[in-house]
Design a protein around this ligand. Structure first.
Ligand SMILES: *[C@@H]1O[C@H](CO)[C@@H](O)[C@H](O)[C@H]1NC(C)=O
Length: 121
C-alpha cells in the first residue's frame, strides 16, 4: 500500500536529485584543432570542441589575431553521459605563419578562457 506520505518522500527525493544534478557546475573541456593537417596558405577549417560542461548556457567565440571570426557556425547543443553538454564552433580559415588563433569560452563555471590553436607545423 502506498500512503500519501510515501508519495511525498518519493517526490521530494526526486526533486532533490534533479536539483543536485542541476546545481553542479562543471567547467568545460576545450579542444581547438583544424579539420585538415595544417599547411600555411591552404584553406582549412578551425574547430573548437567544447564538452563536459554544465549548466548548458555557454558562449564560444573564435578569434584571429584578437579579432572575432564572425563567419563561424555552431552545432546544436547535444548531451552525452552524465547530462554533460557538448558542442562545436567552426570557421573556414587559412593558416599563415604569423597569425594567431584562439577559442574563447565563456561559462558560468569559471572566468572566460582563451585556448590557443597550436598549428603543429
Ligand atoms: C555556415 O552556415 C552557412 C549557412 O548554412 C553556410 O553557408 C556556411 O558555409 C557555413 N560556414 C561554415 C564555416 O561552415
Amino acid at each position: 500500500m502506498v500512503t500519501s506520505d510515501m508519495k511525498f518522500v518519493v517526490i521530494f527525493g526526486f526533486l532533490t536529485a534533479v536539483y543536485l544534478v542541476d546545481s553542479k557546475f562543471q567547467a568545460p573541456t576545450v579542444q581547438v584543432y583544424s579539420h585538415l593537417p595544417a599547411k600555411f596558405g591552404e584553406p582549412n577549417m578551425l574547430i573548437c570542441h567544447v564538452s563536459q560542461f554544465h549548466p548548458p548556457d555557454i558562449t564560444i567565440q573564435l578569434f584571429k589575431n584578437g579579432e572575432e571570426l564572425t563567419k563561424a557556425n555552431e552545432t546544436d547543443l547535444s548531451f552525452g553521459k552524465n547530462w554533460h553538454f557538448y558542442l562545436t564552433k567552426h570557421a573556414e580559415f587559412m593558416p599563415m605563419r604569423d597569425d594567431k588563433y584562439f577559442c574563447r569560452v565563456t561559462h558560468a563555471s569559471s572566468p572566460p578562457r582563451n585556448i590557443d590553436w597550436e598549428a603543429n607545423m
